[in-house]
Design a protein around this ligand. Structure first.
Ligand SMILES: [Zn+2]
Length: 62
């Protein structure tokens, strides 16, 4: 369920399929989306969605 994002460029965002919130993969803090399904664990450099990886979309600013 969880994917490592270390190595992704810092301007990437993960978008929750359920609520549409964007969670930055840049900051070194734990974050979650509005509905709480998309969680980022900065200490472990990973993120995941409670509905599965198919519910995550990765976006770049560029
Ligand atoms: Zn959400």
């Amino acid at each position: 369920m969880f994917q490592r994002y270390a190595g992704l460029r810092s301007d990437y965002y993960a978008r929750c399929h359920h609520c549409g919130d964007l969670v930055s993969l840049l900051t070194q803090v734990d974050e979650s989306c509005r509905c709480g399904r998309l969680l980022k664990d900065s200490s472990a450099c990973r993120f995941g969605h409670s509905d599965g990886d198919a519910s995550i979309a990765i976006y770049s600013q560029n």
